[in-house]
Design a protein around this ligand. Structure first.
Ligand code: FCB
Length: 460
């Protein structure tokens, strides 16, 4: 059976999915610098906190690192050609701060800047919109050594970095995002010690949150000044936070996790307040005028969503609650993440009602541990099924009034999945990490057909 037959047989034919999406709806894919670029010591790139974190045994499954990753730094041309063949309309990537500013500040690295020139020019030549995110977690190690997100000066450091990037690329890039999932890298980095810098300290976490928010405000202003016609947003993960058991303690834990995970960034950035549960904890980091520095006008809301999250009470935990696994009876993706498309629909509607900004789904997708079959194909029916039902939920949300204008699959390529290393594969395109050979999976063909069908529909 060919891949195409399999795709049709699994009931995922695109015709069933066509419903009124906005005419200029954007279909894209997302990646991030540390997860795909590799070339970690090439052309003057400085070390990032992830390079250092990966060196410590036990941090990453199999001792994996992002040193080579997908070698996208050298193979970006092939990757652009793949996207072009699939009909991808937009590509969201991040700039590695330490590649363009090896010590985080001071003189820029021309070779690093030139890499993103080549990438952006190649995308534009292929008719693909570049969507540039400034920060997808790879802080320059040199800034970490000055205190990183715990040092209030980072507001200025980030503002200068944003200005450099917007001045350089603002003639060709329209869509800029400041941060990817600030709640993940702060909560995992300072609350649970699952990411660098590996701390578990509520006071440090709140300082880091506040400084990231200040840096966001400075970044928005810097981009707006350097590239006035740019369209600016930030990317937030939003997922329902649920008590793992129906007890008052777990319910309180879920509310607190909700404040950290879903609200600590969008609320100050867009509404000018911290969630009530966190406001007192922010006081020691707060200076007069800070909420105005944080709440700068933006143009879109980037929403990443995979599955609901769970909390349970734990009075001994540093944050007063614990992260919990989903209950055993739920539907799961091959790597065990809960599959619950109704939660996605509800989140889209909720974000629409709360913030009243155009929404772009900047990440959604499914992880698996797949391998090519004997014919060399990767028939990832479970990923197709996930994308199909989450696409249905997106359409339901749009029909119910949510202003959603685009959707980006995470991810173009299998890549370095943080603590899980290369085991968890999220790509539409399989990567054989030994040879760097790329194999578009069945889901890539499915997505290409869907985009094509949508484009036909929009042209009618
Ligand atoms: C998100 C991250 C992204 C990737 C996916 C699976 O939280 O933004 O880098 O790891 O999860």
């Amino acid at each position: 059976m060919t891949i195409q037959d399999e795709v049709l047989n699994c009931g995922t034919g695109p015709a069933a999915l066509l419903r009124a999406l906005p005419r200029d709806f954007v279909w894209g894919v997302s990646t991030s610098s540390y997860q795909i670029e590799g070339a970690s010591q090439v052309d003057g790139r400085g070390p990032s906190i992830w390079d250092e974190y990966c060196k410590v045994p036990g941090h990453i499954d199999n001792g994996d690192t992002g040193d080579v990753a997908c070698d996208h730094y050298h193979r970006y041309g092939e990757d652009i050609a793949l996207m072009h063949q699939l009909g991808i309309q937009a590509y969201r990537f991040s700039v590695a701060w330490p590649r363009v500013l090896p010590t985080g500040l001071g003189p820029p690295n021309e070779a690093g800047l030139a890499f993103y020139d080549r990438l952006i020019d190649g995308l534009l030549a292929a008719g693909i919109q570049p969507w540039l995110c400034l920060y997808h977690w790879d802080l320059p190690q040199a800034l970490q050594e000055r205190g990183g997100w715990l040092n209030r000066d980072i507001r200025g450091w980030f503002g200068d970095y944003a200005a450099l990037v917007a001045r350089r690329y603002g003639d060709r890039v329209r869509h800029f995002a400041t941060f990817n999932e600030p709640s993940v890298f702060t909560l995992f980095g300072y609350g649970f010690a699952w990411h660098p810098p590996g701390q578990t300290d509520a006071a440090a976490l709140c300082r880091a949150i506040h400084h990231v928010n200040l840096a966001h405000g400075a970044g928005v202003d810097a981009i707006r000044t350097a590239a006035p016609s740019s369209v600016i947003g930030a990317i937030h993960n939003v997922q329902p936070s649920r008590p793992v058991d129906a007890t008052p303690g777990d319910a309180a834990a879920a509310r607190l996790l909700d404040a950290y995970w879903n609200r600590a960034f969008p609320e100050p950035q867009l509404l000018g307040t911290y969630p009530t549960a966190l406001a007192p904890l922010m006081e020691s980091a707060m200076q007069s005028g800070d909420l105005d520095r944080i709440r700068r006008p933006v143009d879109w809301f980037g929403l990443n969503h995979y599955s609901p999250i769970y909390a349970r009470a734990d009075s001994k935990a540093p944050l007063g609650f614990a992260w919990a696994d989903a209950p055993p009876n739920v539907r799961r993706s091959p790597i065990g993440w809960q599959v619950d498309p109704a939660a996605f629909r509800d989140v889209l509607l909720d974000v629409h009602r709360r913030y009243r900004l155009p929404i772009y789904v900047t990440e959604n997708g499914a992880g698996a541990n797949e391998k090519p079959n004997e014919a060399g194909e990767v028939i990832d029916l479970e990923r197709i099924s996930y994308l199909r039902i989450y696409g249905g939920a997106l359409r339901e949300a749009v029909s119910a009034g949510a202003d959603v204008r685009g959707y980006f699959v995470w991810s173009l390529l299998d890549n370095f999945e943080w603590g899980a290393g290369y085991e968890n594969r999220f790509g539409l395109v399989y990567v054989d990490f030994a040879t760097q050979r790329r194999i578009p999976k069945a889901s890539a063909h499915w997505y290409a057909r869907m985009i094509h069908a949508e484009a036909m529909e929009a042209a009618r």
